[in-house]
Design a protein around this ligand. Structure first.
Ligand code: NIG
Ligand code: FE
Length: 391
């Protein structure tokens, strides 16, 4: 077993918090990693190196350490490029769900190896930016065979795989959407369930109706998958209330909410996952995180990295946008990008720094976590450890 002692940490975000300080902030701190787990957290003055193992000592020189980012919403298995749509949006063309079909066409053409190479490059991109846990959705295959291979490829790099056969109705089913929903709930689900933990549906005008969405989620649950929902991205709708009614771990986007949606979320265990990269890239109004947090809703932030609505994997950018545009404090935004993401994935082994948890940590090239919002666009991720190993 190897061990690492990170000491002289100026500001440690543990997320083992109190109502006054949900980030569980410690000053002049140290963390001992043994094997894949955190063994000890305490003050730098009390830090001791274990005698029986080889220990690497890392002097943080007063810099900040935070838990690795937990990106609970990505779509990383795809081929092709939609930069032309982004360019058109910047001069006024609105975003529409239909663009998904272009990525579906390119993805169906791509070989497993081509998809795998690109996926692995994305994983390296995430790690380099401090993301140590990430979810990946299918949804750019939309045939039984293509969805199965997207789920299988995603499962090669993360345990958090989400079956999203109900991303959009593919072109070839445009006139018989009922048949497509039946396919998703039947053969496609059976092929993907062995590789997946989660089932998701895009409940939105232009994608799936609330009733279709309910059928898809119920079928997934019957196959042992846990539900999560894309909802309320492009306008008001029933996505949030459906997610709460189905006991979803998270409902993602939440850009347009009425008071009943906020109340439903506040009295549920469903996390509201906000995806500010989407509003940035589609020129929509940002979701109101302040309203949700003040109502008592648990909020996560995630990248939604995908080629259509948000082609960024940068959690530091999400933090900066959440603070600048969504009314979150820097501490709330960092919590939402770590502990919040862990809640959205129902994970209690990541998203915090405490003995027994996975040793997933980021040493920032900055004295405090606030710098993630204060210095937008600057690469502040210094060193990253995942499962105790330096990446
Ligand atoms: O989360 N909302 C649905 N899916 C993606 C968009 C995918 C695309 O445009 O290709 C999202 O924004
Ligand atoms: Fe998405």
């Amino acid at each position: 077993m190897t061990a690492t002692l990170i000491t002289n940490i100026g500001e440690l975000t543990t997320n083992v918090g109190t109502p006054d300080d949900p980030c569980g902030t410690r000053r002049d701190a140290a963390v001992l990693i043994e094997g894949e787990r955190i063994a000890w957290v305490g003050s730098a003055a009390e830090a001791r190196t274990p005698q029986d193992v080889r220990v690497e000592v890392v002097d943080a020189e007063g810099r900040a350490v935070i838990p690795g980012f937990v990106d609970s919403h990505t779509h990383l298995v795809f081929a092709g490029d939609r930069a032309d749509e982004f360019e058109a949006r910047m001069t006024g063309t609105p975003y529409a769900a239909g663009g998904i079909r272009r990525t579906v066409a390119a993805t169906r053409e791509a070989s497993d190896d081509a998809l795998r190479r690109r996926l692995r490059a994305f994983v390296a991109e995430l790690h380099a930016q401090g993301t140590t846990t990430f979810e990946i959705k299918t949804g750019y295959g939309l045939t039984v065979a293509d969805e199965e291979r997207l789920a299988r490829l995603a499962a090669e790099v993360t345990p958090e795989v989400t079956f999203l056969g109900a991303h959009v109705v593919p072109q070839e089913y445009a006139d018989r959407r009922d048949d497509y929903v039946e396919l998703v709930c039947g053969a496609m689900l059976r092929a993907c369930a062995p590789h997946s933990r989660w089932v998701d549906v895009f409940c939105e005008t232009g994608a799936f109706t609330p009733e279709e969405s309910r059928r898809v989620l119920a079928a997934g649950i019957a196959h042992g998958l846990e539900p999560r929902v894309h909802g309320n991205q492009l306008g008001l709708g029933e996505g949030v209330r459906l997610a709460v009614a189905m006991g979803a771990a998270s409902v993602d986007h939440c850009t347009y909410l009425d008071d009943a949606d906020v109340a439903a979320l506040a009295s549920s265990l469903t996390v509201a996952t906000l995806l500010p990269g989407v509003e940035f890239s589609t020129r929509q109004p940002y979701p109101d995180a302040r309203r949700l947090i003040d109502a008592g809703v648990t909020v996560a932030i995630a990248s939604d990295c995908n080629p259509g609505s948000s082609f960024t994997s940068s959690m530091p950018l999400m933090i900066a946008l959440a603070v600048r545009e969504m009314g979150m404090t820097p501490a709330e935004a960092v919590w939402a990008a770590t502990a919040g993401g862990a809640r959205a994935l129902r994970r209690d082994d990541v998203g915090a720094i405490a003995p027994g948890l996975r040793a997933d940590l980021v040493l920032l090239d900055a004295p405090t976590r606030t710098h993630l919002a204060y210095r937008p666009g600057v690469p502040l991720v210094g060193r990253v450890w995942k499962d105790g190993a330096a990446l």
